[in-house]
Design a protein around this ligand. Structure first.
Ligand code: FAD
Length: 106
């Protein structure tokens, strides 16, 4: 199996990319789909200690997905929680779309 770091980096790419393509005004079905997906993801993520903590995080910080920006920010905050746990710098969530959707302006 892939190591925890490679798995993590690739998984964050997938999750933030899903947020980037999530509708700006999702239907109730789309909102429940993303919520169910994240809950199942948290159960099935193949790094068991990571998955256990992420499931607890989801219970504590309810998934917010009423718009693309709301879900992107929720996911960014969830990623920051893992960053803090690992002693990595936190990311400025006002820049999540720039990083994962529109590309950096520079
Ligand atoms: P990563 O954290 O993988 O980030 C990749 C890129 O995302 C960064 O280079 C940056 O450009 C961008 N980024 C960083 N922070 C944010 C943010 N908040 N919002 C948006 N974009 C951001 N590893 C463990 O050792 N223990 C764990 O318990 C653990 N739990 C995890 C739980 C989940 C759900 C996932 C997906 C991964 C977990 N990992 C865990 C892996 C860990 O988060 C990292 O992926 C791994 O350590 C590699 O880190 P990295 O420095 O390459 O950057």
């Amino acid at each position: 199996p892939a190591d925890v770091e490679t798995l993590g980096r690739n998984t964050w790419t997938l999750l933030h990319s899903i947020a980037a393509t999530y509708p700006t005004t999702p239907t109730t079905t789309e909102q429940s789909d993303i919520t169910n997906f994240m809950r199942l993801f948290a159960k099935l993520y193949p790094c068991w200690v990571c998955a256990e903590d992420f499931q607890k995080y989801i219970e504590k910080e309810k998934i917010r997905a009423q718009s693309r920006d709301e879900f992107g920010n929720w996911l960014c905050e969830a990623h920051n929680e893992v960053n803090k746990k690992l002693g990595k710098p936190t990311f400025d969530c006002s820049k999540w779309q720039e990083r994962w959707r529109t590309g950096w302006k520079d």
